[in-house]
Design a protein. Structure first.
Length: 152
C-alpha cells in the first residue's frame, strides 16, 4: 500500500469546502508566516531560550516560511502541482506545530488541549490541508480501485 493510496483512501472522509477553503487557508498561512517573521533575524540566543541549536531554530523558521507561502501558492496553482504543494505545506505546518508543542509547551495532553487552542487549531488546519489537498483537484486524482482476484 503506497502513501498516496492511504491518503486517497482518507480523503473522501474529509469534507469538501469548495471556494471557502480560503477562509481557512489564509489565516493558517498568515499565522504561520507571522510565527516565522518573529524568528527573524535568526539568532543563536533566541534558539537557546528554547534549548534548541541554531540549526533546528533555522529549520523551523524556514519550514514555517516555506509552508506559509506554499499553502497560499498551492491554492492558486492548478492541477497536481497545487494539490501536492498544498499537501506538503499542510504536513510541514503540522510537523512544526507538533515540534512547538513538544519543545515550548511540554505538558500533559489535557493541558495542551485546553490551554493551547491556537497551536491545536494550527495543527488541525495543517492536517486538514495535508489530508485534503486542493479539493477541486482531488476527485480527478483518484484512481479506480483495483481489486486483486485470487487465482483459481
Amino acid at each position: 500500500m503506497t502513501i498516496w493510496h492511504s491518503i486517497n483512501k482518507m480523503t473522501p472522509k474529509v469534507p469538501a469546502i469548495l471556494p471557502a477553503h480560503w477562509l481557512i487557508r489564509i489565516p493558517v498561512a498568515g499565522i504561520i508566516l507571522q510565527q516565522a517573521a518573529w524568528k527573524l533575524p535568526l539568532s543563536a540566543g533566541d534558539a537557546e531560550v528554547y534549548g534548541l541549536p541554531l540549526f533546528a531554530w533555522a529549520l523551523a523558521t524556514l519550514g514555517e516560511l516555506g509552508a506559509g507561502i506554499g499553502l497560499l501558492l498551492g491554492g492558486l496553482l492548478p492541477g497536481r502541482v497545487g494539490d501536492v504543494l498544498t499537501r506538503i505545506s499542510g504536513a510541514v505546518i503540522a510537523i512544526v506545530v507538533v515540534g512547538v508543542l513538544y519543545v515550548a509547551y511540554a505538558a500533559p495532553l489535557m493541558d495542551i488541549l485546553t490551554l493551547n487552542q491556537l497551536q491545536i487549531m494550527l495543527l488541525v488546519g495543517g492536517l486538514f490541508f495535508a489530508l485534503r489537498g486542493n479539493e477541486r483537484f482531488t476527485p480527478t486524482m483518484r484512481r479506480p480501485r483495483i481489486t486483486l482476484q485470487a487465482a483459481e
